[in-house]
Design a protein. Sequence first.
Length: 341
Amino acid sequence: MSSKIKCEDLTFSLYPGAREMKMYESHYRDGKWDEGAIVPFHNISLSPAANILNYGQGIFEGLKALRSEKGHIVLFRPEENARRFVRSAEKLAIPALTEEKFLAAVKDVVLENEEFVPESNNGRCSMYLRPVCIGTEPLLGVRASQEYLFFIFASPVGPYFDKVGVVKLIAKEVNRATPNGTGDAKAVCNYPVTMRPKQEAKKAGFDDVIYLDPCENKYIEEAGAANFFALLKDGTLVTPPLGSILPGITRDSVIRLAREFYGMKVEERPLSVEEVVQNAVECFVTGTAAIITSVSDIGWRDKVYNVNQNGFQLAHKLYDKLMGIQLQRDEDPYGWITVLK
Ligand code: PLP
């Protein structure tokens, strides 16, 4: 089935015609999940005392369905999103969600909305899938909900950043997650703290914020919805270590491509803003939404540093390889692609 969506009209926002689309929902009650079903996209009714509205017990995921150059509809490493969703659920005491349930529901949502998967236009456009699970039980005391709603909706999307390909970031002494907290889960509670810094960054002419480590306010953690990489003068590619950051699936893919495909030295280690502004010749961020987006400048303590004297070469090379695999233009050496149709 061909697409009824034009790529050039899309931005990274909820499709205005979402009500024409289908979504999935499944309920957890009396100690078990029901089978779940595909239903029309609709609003959700919740008690004002629902756990998610008061105590924020909720998790989500983000992945894309793409129209490949071989004419298939494909997913990129969806089993990794399933694994992360289940890990996030366990961290937030959400019971008994399985990878199988997640994957089956994701596939159903894509196939039910096939005509909304846009032409990809070299990766610019796709159908974004948003699986969410929230505690719905009405309660007053702080405790885990005993009722949950797991749903998945979809939206055709264009690029995440307004300026495709290159952004300016500002490093702020703001922490989005703590070492023993929820930073490594895709939990809704990690995101509200980023709203105000992002507003301030936009006002100051930047596109997004780089968040710093909560102990010393010195080491880069990640951007609002993407992981950070710096290519140093000596040719080493460095990215902050896992721990309190989201273990990005694009991050993992880029590390493997850089190491195994391009034979680069890649280090996962603490990376200070100071080291980056003094020593980086190229920086970029990675994520399902951001894909691989180059960073031209970083604002840090009243100065703005150009961090891309390399002409974006590495980001472009990695982007082309990643996209080549995702769009089935290139061979898929790691078995990352799931063909749905
Ligand atoms: N970091 C944060 C905070 C995110 O929200 C995301 C987006 O999912 C990422 C990193 C990138 O992760 P992935 O590559 O799995 O999309």
